[in-house]
Each structure stands twice: as structure tokens, then as C-alpha cells.
Write a protein that binds this ligand. Structure first.
Ligand code: NAP
Length: 307
């Protein structure tokens, strides 16, 4: 299948381009980006020009930041193309629902990807937790924003999500591995006085079985980076470390620490399957948890952030 990649920035170059190149299912037929391009691939700066010139491209994969994504996605759906969305699938839940309705009525595939769910040990963690009673679950997602998002002004603007941009990855894993749904009961948001989005957040969740579930997101962590989920159950303790690449159960470790490992190849394999069977996958639960934390969160002004 031919795919057009839109928004040639960090994640497109780091993950999408190599995943497409390595896949037997996909051919990178065009890019759409105002500044970026990929060597040897037809480049457009405008999506409508690409859609008009290349009716043979049936799939559009959007790697833009969340705020501009809705207009691009709707344009592609209106032109009869299947759409794959980077996470988060939009800036608001309302626009995600509108995209899903449009895809459904046109009979097109729409895929809200959550790359962290494809991390190596997530499926194994889900299987291990399935028959256990959860007592507590602690998410710790602490990284250095200057290292992972250098110069990205959009993450600090409204709709950019701030520390929830990586934090939503943890929430995408938790909503995948827990057999029941959780919801937000309270949050504290630390927002630099010159920014619109949080640099740190702590969240408390309701779990239907009464387990103590919390999250601690912080973008100010220098040195060792932590992307961990620790669950304590009636059958022992499980830790998912390195963003889901490593699992420790009762002290025994499995998995490898390759960052993002096979996540994007698995997303593109999943998209190929969805297109071939005409499916839609728009699980918005991670985004609901983030928007609820932003709605309930107590705001604390903190030091200015300078990149
Ligand atoms: P990025 O490099 O800052 O942006 C990607 C590209 O989008 C830019 O190069 C730009 O291309 C285009 N763009 C930016 N603002 C735009 C606007 N207002 N209108 C139209 N196009 C715009 O961001 P990124 O890190 O790749 O992240 C993009 C998405 O991928 C985010 O939703 C992020 O959460 C997700 N993601 C990122 C990572 C990561 O490690 N960075 C990992 C996983 C997922 P042109 O200027 O050439 O048009």
C-alpha cells in the first residue's frame, strides 16, 4: 500500500520512515511538510495538492503535533483516504469523535495509534495481570524535556499537552493492561509561569476494585530517565520498565531495553490489517484520562521554562 507521510519532523524521521522502509506492506509514496522531506520521495508542501495529484495513495499517516491534526485528518477523509493518527489522536475529544463519525460514514479506516502499547512486554504484562487482584499501581514517568523535545514550542502552547505528551504513553499502557477501566479523581498540575501546559503532574485515579492507583509525571528529570509502572497484586509484584520494553515479575526480569524497539513496525502492521478489513480503531481512553486530569487539576504556578 502506498502511504503519504505528513509532518516530517522528529518522530517521522526517527520512527515512521524506517518502519515504512522495513515493511513489506508499505511504500512511502509522498511526503507533505512545509520544511521537511525524505530523500528520494516525492515531496509536497500542501496536503490538498498531494491528494489531488496522487489518487493512487490510499493512506495518509499524520505525524503533526496535535493541534493542526484535525484539519489535515478531515481533509484526507473527505478525499476518501484512510488515516493513521500519531498520538494523541487530536487536541480535543470532540474533534476525535468528529473524525470517527466521518470515517464511519465514509467507510474508511481511522487508526488512533498508541505506540507505547506496542512495547515488547506490554502484552505479557496484560496477560499476567488478567487473573490477579490489583492492590496498587504507581506510574512514574520522569524525563528531561530538553533532551527529548528540544526547541518544540508547541508542547508549551494550549493543546500541546506539556508533560502529558509523554505521560499519555503511560496511560495508554495502563488502559491496555488493566482488565477494568479507571478514572481520574484528582490532579495537581505544575505550570511554568510563561507556559500554557504543565511541566509536572500528579494524578489520583479511582479503580473499581479499590486499588490505590497514582501517576507522577515530571519533565525536569536530568540524568537517569524513568518510565515505569509498578503493580502490586494478590499474586505478587510486576514492574514494567523502560516504557514497557522490560518486565520484572517477582524479581525476575524479561525483555530488552532498546528504546521504542519494534513499536512503529507493529503500528504499521496493524494499520495494514485495519485497512484490509475496513476497520476503525479509535480507543480514546488515554486521552479521556488526560483531559479529565486537566479539568480537575489544581494548578500551581512554577518557575519559568527556558529551552
Ligand atoms: P515536531 O518534530 O515538532 O513536528 C512534526 C512536524 O509537524 C514538524 O516538523 C512540522 O513540519 C509539522 N508541524 C508543526 N507544527 C505545525 C503546524 N502548526 N501546522 C502544520 N504542520 C506543523 O514533533 P514530533 O516530535 O515529531 O511530534 C509529532 C507528534 O508525534 C506529536 O503528537 C508527538 O506526541 C508524537 N510523538 C513524538 C515522539 C517524539 O519522540 N518526538 C514520540 C512519539 C510520538 P513542517 O514545518 O515541515 O510542516
Amino acid at each position: 500500500m502506498k502511504v503519504a507521510l505528513v509532518g516530517i519532523g522528529k518522530i517521522a524521521v526517527d520512527q515512521h520512515v524506517p518502519a515504512i522502509a522495513a515493511s513489506p506492506d508499505w511504500e512511502l509514496a509522498a511526503t507533505v511538510s512545509r520544511h521537511g522531506a525524505v530523500d528520494g520521495v516525492e515531496a509536497y508542501t500542501d496536503l490538498s495538492a498531494c491528494l489531488a495529484a496522487r489518487p493512487d495513495i490510499r493512506v495518509v499517516s499524520l505525524c503533526l503535533p496535535p493541534v493542526p491534526r484535525f484539519d489535515y485528518a478531515m481533509q484526507a477523509l473527505n478525499a476518501g483516504r484512510h488515516v493513521m493518527l500519531e498520538k494523541p489522536p487530536g487536541a480535543t475529544l470532540g474533534e476525535c469523535h468528529a473524525l470517527e463519525a466521518a470515517a464511519r460514514s465514509a467507510g474508511l479506516t481511522l487508526y488512533a495509534t498508541w505506540h507505547s502499547r506496542q512495547a515488547d512486554m506490554v502484552a505479557a504484562a496484560k496477560e499476567w495481570l488478567a487473573d490477579k487482584a490489583l492492590q496498587s499501581l504507581q506510574i512514574t514517568w520522569k524525563e528531561d524535556v530538553r533532551r527529548w523535545h528540544p526547541g518544540q514550542a508547541w508542547i508549551w502552547e494550549s493543546g500541546g499537552l506539556g508533560v502529558f505528551d509523554p505521560g499519555i504513553n503511560a496511560l495508554s499502557i495502563v488502559t491496555e493492561i488493566l482488565p477494568v477501566d479507571i478514572h481520574v479523581t484528582g490532579a495537581t498540575l505544575e505550570i511554568p509561569e510563561n507556559c500554557q501546559t504543565p511541566i509536572a503532574a500528579r494524578i489520583a485515579f479511582h479503580h473499581p476494585g479499590g486499588a490505590d492507583v497514582t501517576a507522577d509525571f515530571d519533565w525536569r528529570r536530568e540524568g537517569d530517565q524513568t518510565w515505569e509502572i509498578e503493580a502490586v497484586t494478590d499474586g505478587g509484584a510486576l514492574t514494567l520498565a523502560d516504557g514497557g520494553a522490560v518486565m520484572r515479575v517477582n524479581g525476575e526480569s524479561s525483555g530488552d531495553t532498546a528504546p521504542l524497539g519494534g513499536e512503529y513496525p507493529r503500528l504499521y502492521a496493524q494499520m495494514a490489517q485495519l485497512v484490509s478489513r475496513g476497520g476503525i480503531d479509535m480507543d480514546l481512553r488515554p486521552m479521556t484520562l488526560v483531559t479529565d486530569a486537566l479539568a480537575l487539576g489544581r494548578r500551581i504556578a512554577t518557575d519559568r521554562f527556558e529551552d
